[in-house]
Design a protein around this ligand. Structure first.
Ligand code: PLP
Length: 215
């Protein structure tokens, strides 16, 4: 644990923004140091990694899946995840529904949007798809929609990052108006390089890896 960085993050996000610690490529000991500090929300972006981690770490961790999820991997993680933050297509939603039903559980999801790098983004929904997509997912009985996830643009340009995060927050507010704030509850936005901006723009959950683990 890099205590100074951890304190910076905690001070910046305050009491109302959730911290999700991204554990990809970190050792069990590194992860446990944050668990022992009281953190319970951790994230992986590969199904096999999440499965291996969940097997060796305490069972009260609320695992978040944040990567591109292949349909044939859903069954490997369905009993282990608290939330799949990267739902971006209906065939995947249908597989999650089927596997969650088999596992007799209801799984939380965030719908992932790409608002930045629109021409090159390989994953994520676009804004125009938001309402019809969420309406379809709401029909599935073993999935609980909890909000949206957005990635910032790959740039150091603060103004550009702020622009994308403001756009994401506007989408979040519009979806709250449409579906209510029980369903559109979480705006997952902000990573090591841009979490402070994300919080200023209304993020309710930041996903941070590198900064918490590296000098
Ligand atoms: C890796 C990853 C993060 C964390 O990125 P850092 O720069 O290490 O903080 C957040 N979100 C997603 C989707 C990621 O894949």
């Amino acid at each position: 644990m890099i205590r100074k960085h951890y304190e910076n993050v905690k001070n910046t996000i305050g009491d109302h923004v959730q911290l999700c610690i991204v554990t990809k490529r970190r050792s069990t000991e590194e992860i446990l140091s944050y668990y022992e500090a009281g953190e319970r929300m951790f994230a992986e972006n590969h199904a096999q990694q999440l499965k291996a981690r969940a097997a060796e770490l305490p069972s009260d961790i609320r695992w978040q899946f944040i990567g591109h999820l292949q349909r044939n991997k859903v069954k490997d993680i369905i009993r282990l995840v608290d939330c799949i933050q990267s739902l971006d297509n209906l065939p995947l939603a249908q597989v999650i529904e089927k596997e969650a039903a088999k596992a007799e559980r209801i799984v939380d999801v965030l719908c992932e949007f790409h608002l930045a790098d629109e021409d090159t983004a390989k994953t994520g929904l676009n804004k125009e798809e938001a309402v019809p997509f969420i309406k379809e997912v709401l029909k599935l009985e073993h999935i609980r929609v909890r909000g949206i996830m957005v990635m910032g643009p790959h740039t150091d340009d603060e103004e550009r990052i702020r622009e994308v995060f403001n756009e994401a927050h506007e989408l979040f507010m519009n979806l709250q108006k449409e579906f209510g704030n029980e369903i559109i509850h979480t705006l997952s936005m902000g990573m090591s390089s841009d979490y402070a901006i994300a919080v200023q723009c209304g993020s309710t959950l930041v996903r941070i890896g590198t900064y918490l683990f590296e000098e």
